[in-house]
Design a protein around this ligand. Structure first.
Ligand code: ADP
Ligand code: MG
Length: 536
């Protein structure tokens, strides 16, 4: 038997790192700026534990562009590196000084959040550079400044150099294929995308491009309603103010912070998905949160931040990640709890918001069983006169009146109160409660809830209700003779020759229509389905 260590041929691995590590070339800037942020945070940690005793000074990171020299430079006033550290952290691919630092200083000092993880980010600079130089001077009192240089081949140069200030300058000599990055607008756009909420000031062309303390990193107790509204405006300058929000703040069994906003969803609202951004330690990762946030909550807006999700996430990674599954379940629970709390503490205001939230509550009930259990307690049925009932309240209100032969509760609903007005009046006259089901998810919702809610069926108000109910009410007495009835039935029956249609003659009570044409609920649903099925 032979045992041994796998050897990596650097000539082979380099092109792989450069080309395939990241599909998106923009991220070189994210990686280098996050290294600069890490270096700065490390300095702060060293200062807070008393290891670094000097002046921290202005710790802003600067990104600068020199079009003539075809350079992009990222400068920080962080910890810097000694020659030994450059050799250890830079020359050794996939050795992360970030992880090492986190292990050593865990639980000490200010406990800065370090972004680095894999020890690969720095090499993304070779995706866009023909040559990379590092000028760096460590924070250690007697450290000598060093210069490292590499053209993307496995050979490098390392030598002493002159550098006044503590920290690191990374100079990228942009290669020919990447000259698109030698453009102010492009750089600014990338910085605004990835670095907008990084915790250390980042300057480009004399301006700071980031907000170092976005609302989600603050404690909920420090924030007022105005603060939340203002942060929403910062994220979506053109959006209408949100209805309400949830501040997520978990540190066990995984780390997750964030704010989810509920937009006002009106009938004319255009649903915008992908309005939740995923961050990792305040670095933007992606707008595609499909696998992290349950689908029905994709209607929400806002930010979630989890350092447990690495920066270079791929969709397949997210799907298999156990943390992601937990995050998903956690967010669902939080949203359900928030709605439940709102419902219980201020029912009136909850009812006022209902038209805006009904869509995703219903969609959530249809698609997530965990949400269904909780939401069935606060989901509201709104009747024709604007009175709201929970399912249990409706059951009580309709007790003994709207029960079918199988003993199930019959929820009567109208999809178009204007068109169905005569049926609604007739039903109301008999004491039935007719609820509105007008939104685009309602047909699906009805089908699903008949399966999921026990002992409940839905019947549209123009279906032939009387047949299905054990107590059809007292107003429906016919005053016509059998012969008259027969004639009228013949007449209407001929005019509406549809399968399952029934002509009913009503009593001449005040609220009653003299004649009502109905069709069985099942027959109507089948017809509706066939109609939706298109031309077939
Ligand atoms: P990671 O950030 O995941 O550790 P990188 O490849 O991005 O991996 O960086 C490797 C290491 O190089 C870092 O962990 C850090 O020790 C060192 N390093 C990179 N950039 C800087 C910098 N600007 N200042 C100080 N050290 C740095
Ligand atoms: Mg890094």
């Amino acid at each position: 038997m032979q045992k041994g260590a796998i050897r990596v041929q650097t000539e082979n691995i380099f092109p792989i790192i450069k080309k395939f590590l990241y599909s998106d070339h923009d991220i070189f800037l994210r990686e280098l700026v996050s290294n600069a942020v890490d270096a700065t945070q490390k300095l702060k940690t060293l200062a807070s534990v008393g290891e670094f005793k000097g002046e921290t000074g202005d710790i802003a990171i600067t990104v600068s562009l020199d079009k003539d020299k075809k350079n992009i430079t990222i400068s920080d006033r962080g910890v810097g590196m000694t020659a030994e550290e450059v050799d250890k952290y830079i020359n050794q691919v996939a050795f992360s000084g970030a992880e090492e630092f986190v292990k050593k200083y865990k639980g000490q000092g200010e406990g800065a959040n370090i972004i680095g993880h894999f020890g690969l980010g720095f090499y993304s600079s070779f995706m866009v550079s023909s040559q990379v130089e590092i000028f760096t001077k460590s924070w250690r009192p007697d450290a000598k400044a060093v210069r490292w240089e590499c053209d993307g081949s496995p050979e490098y140069q390392l030598e002493e150099t002159e550098k006044e200030t503590r920290g690191t300058d990374i100079v990228l000599h942009i290669n020919e294929e990447s000259e698109e990055f030698l453009d102010e607008h492009r750089i600014r756009t990338i910085l605004e995308k990835f670095c907008r909420f990084l915790p250390v000031p980042i300057q480009f062309q004399g301006e700071q491009i980031n907000n170092t303390t976005p609302a989600w990193v603050k404690k909920p107790s420090e924030l007022t309603s105005d603060n939340y509204q203002a942060f929403y405006k910062e994220l979506y300058p053109f959006a209408e103010p949100p209805l309400f929000w949830i501040h997520l703040n978990v540190d066990y069994p995984f780390n997750l912070t964030g704010i989810l906003y509920f937009p006002k969803i009106t009938k004319t609202y255009e649903i915008q998905k992908d309005k939740i951004s995923l961050y990792s330690n305040q670095v933007f990762v992606t707008d595609e949160v499909k696998n992290i946030v349950p689908e029905f909550l994709m209607l929400l807006h806002g930010v979630i931040d989890s350092p447990d999700i690495p920066l270079n996430v791929s969709r397949s990674y997210l799907q298999g990640d156990p943390n992601v599954k937990k995050i998903n379940a956690h967010i669902t629970k939080k949203v359900a709890d928030k709605l439940d709390e709102m419902f219980r503490t201020d029912r009136k205001s909850f009812e006022e918001k209902w038209e805006h939230i009904a869509l995703f509550v219903k969609y959530g009930m249809m698609t997530e069983d965990k949400f269904l259990d909780k939401a069935s307690k606060f989901h509201l049925l709104e009747d024709i006169d604007g009175v709201f009932y929970t399912l249990e309240e409706y059951r009580t209100a309709a007790a003994g009146l709207q029960t079918n032969k199988e003993g199930k509760l019959v929820i009567l609903y109208a999809t178009n109160p204007v068109q169905q007005d005569s049926y609604i009046s007739a039903a109301k006259a008999r004491g039935y409660k007719v609820v509105k089901m007008e939104t685009m998810v309602d047909a699906g919702f009805i089908n699903q809830m008949e399966l999921k809610w026990e002992n409940v069926v839905f019947t549209r108000v123009d279906a032939d209700i009387t047949d299905n109910l054990i107590n059809p009410g007292s107003a429906a007495q016919s005053v016509l003779s059998e012969e008259q009835e027969g004639k009228l039935k013949d007449l209407f029956g001929k005019q509406v020759p549809l399968a399952g249609v029934k002509v009913e003659l009503k009593g001449l009570g005040e609220q009653d229509q003299p004649v009502i044409v109905t069709r069985g609920e099942l027959m109507r649903r089948m017809k509706d389905m066939a109609a939706m099925g298109g031309s077939a």
